[in-house]
Design a protein around this ligand. Structure first.
Ligand code: ZN
Length: 146
């Protein structure tokens, strides 16, 4: 019985922490947003909107696709998640927002992190007029060696 109680307490804590995080960013903490935040922020991970829809469907949730997409866009605008764009059909949301770069395995579709400091682009190309550098996204595409 103790484990059941522990799990319930853990879930309650997760919900409370999602509620606090959303409220602190002036995001209205609706139950749908809290459910999506719980899935997204339980660990460092890269999930597509479709991954989240699948997880929600498995838990019999009735959150619509549009709500999932809108919520992820809102989280990205507020800096809660970072978009990782592999190509126009493969957009992932990263719960780790500190600077880092990604490997994308084209054979398996797997995304993994590596530390940003490992990459040196020097000197950076001259920036267009009237712009400043915001960030540098690096995706190293790898494939399985034969
Ligand atoms: Zn990442």
């Amino acid at each position: 019985m103790k484990n059941v109680t522990d799990n319930r307490n853990h879930l309650k804590t997760m919900k409370e922490s999602a509620f606090k995080t959303l409220s602190s960013l002036n995001i209205k903490p609706t139950s749908q947003r809290i459910d999506i935040a719980e899935i997204m922020f339980c660990k460092d991970q890269h999930l597509s909107a479709e991954d989240i829809i699948t997880i929600l469907n498995d838990s019999d949730s009735s959150i619509s696709r549009a709500t999932v997409y809108n919520t992820l866009n809102l989280f990205a605008e507020k800096g809660l998640v970072r978009r990782v764009v592999i190509d126009s059909s493969k957009i992932y949301y990263d719960s780790k927002t500190t600077p880092h770069s990604h490997y994308f395995n084209i054979d398996t579709g797997e995304i993994s992190d590596f530390e940003f400091e490992d990459v040196k682009i020097s000197p950076l190309p001259k920036l267009p007029e009237h712009t400043v550098q915001d960030s540098v996204d690096v995706i190293v595409r790898v494939k399985n060696s034969k």
